[in-house]
Write a protein that binds this ligand. Structure first.
Ligand code: NI
Length: 138
């Protein structure tokens, strides 16, 4: 990496000890890698706050025997087809389904879709991961 820049950081000893403890728990092998990841997390948050084009995924666990719920979830997804890249449906057991929905679009619409799906009556759990298109992050 020819464009690598080194810089010094001054901070309290106790704070650095706590940081080292924290990153050890997360299995980072060195501070640089941990700090790089923290910076990237902040930049992704900034993309979301600024309404840039972003990506994300939703996970839903629900009982497919509730036909109305199943239809409702499909209807909502069709309303947002323009931001949905893919949907994966996994039959977890005889009753439960896990759905993973991957999206690319404006944060506002992605969050709106998540809100509608998660709050649907009968959804057992909804999860959400926000990430980036990767275009502005090295
Ligand atoms: Ni299923």
């Amino acid at each position: 990496m020819s464009n690598l820049v080194r810089f010094g950081v001054s901070l309290e000893k106790e704070l650095l000890e706590r940081f080292d403890e924290h990153i050890q728990g997360k299995k980072y092998t060195n501070r640089s890698e941990a700090i790089r990841d923290m910076i990237r997390d902040e930049l992704v948050k900034k993309e979301w706050l600024e309404g840039k084009e972003v990506t994300g995924s939703i996970t839903l666990v629900y009982n497919h025997h509730k036909r109305e719920l199943t239809n409702f979830l499909i209807d909502i997804q069709h309303d947002y087809h323009h931001i949905i890249l893919s949907t994966q449906h996994i039959h977890l057991d005889e009753d439960n389904c896990l759905e993973i929905i991957v999206m690319k679009g404006k944060p506002k619409e992605i969050e709106e879709l998540y809100g509608k799906l998660k709050s649907a009556k009968g959804v057992k759990h909804g999860g959400f991961a926000m990430t980036t298109t990767g275009k502005e992050i090295t």
